[in-house]
Design a protein around this ligand. Structure first.
Ligand SMILES: N[C@@H](CCC(=O)N[C@@H](CS)C(=O)NCC(=O)O)C(=O)O
Length: 205
């Protein structure tokens, strides 16, 4: 399998999960502005949506969308315990978290990445994110990870997107349980490896 990624982007989540699961996934860096990869391939031909993450599977097909890729990787190595078994109530809870992270947090940052976004919109975007962080803080006051006691793909995804607070001068210190979660996840050896490989050791929590 080959994961197409951009340093620090949402593709960090499947990168972390591949390492946590011990899966043989190679990495190919994408220049999102130029739509080319580090080997000179035309990324638009690999993922016509133009964004990372995308993963080339062993049968040659390409899977996109972070939530789908994360579950695919977890299901390749069920023994790693990164996702509950398909069809169980716990799996739907995981999907509930992945959807929340994707639509409310990941895309919630959207306007902050665009230089043309007016300051007033940036401020309201940060306010809205803060309401989501407050909700997460309540959950993480009760348990170390989103679904309970064990680290799952949802935690890798949440860590990846909340890490973007470092790029947008958003202080999450007042959300002390969310902050502790970021420290807890950052301390995992496989997360450290992924951050190192993506050149993110300084920015990350
Ligand atoms: N719906 C996609 C969104 C992926 C996405 O937003 N990727 C960003 C990086 S985090 C990207 O590659 N943006 C470049 C672009 O859209 O041109 C998913 O959930 O995987």
């Amino acid at each position: 399998m080959k994961l197409y990624y951009a340093p620090g982007a949402c593709s960090l989540a499947p990168h972390i999960v591949a390492r946590e699961a011990g899966l043989p996934v190679t990495l190919e860096k994408v220049d999102l502005a130029k739509r080319t990869t580090e080997t000179g391939a035309n990324f638009a031909a690999i993922n016509p949506k133009g964004y990372v993450p995308a993963i080339a599977l062993n049968d040659g097909s390409v899977l996109t969308e972070a939530a789908a890729i994360l579950q695919y990787l977890a299901d390749q190595q069920p023994g790693a315990g990164l996702a509950p078994a398909n069809g169980t109530p716990e799996r739907y809870r995981l999907i509930e978290w992945l959807t929340f992270i994707s639509s409310e947090i990941h895309k919630g940052f959207g306007p902050l990445w665009h230089p043309a976004t007016p300051d007033s919109v940036k401020a309201s975007t940060k306010d809205r994110l803060a309401t989501r962080f407050a909700y997460l803080d309540e959950i993480l006051a009760r348990q170390p990870y989103l679904t309970g006691e064990t680290f799952t793909v949802a935690d890798a995804y949440l860590f990846t997107v909340v890490n973007w607070t470092n790029f947008h001068a958003i202080d999450i210190a007042s959300f002390k349980h969310l902050s502790a979660f970021m420290t807890r996840v950052a301390a995992r050896p496989k997360v450290q490896e992924a951050l190192e490989v993506e050149g993110l050791k300084k920015q990350a929590a």
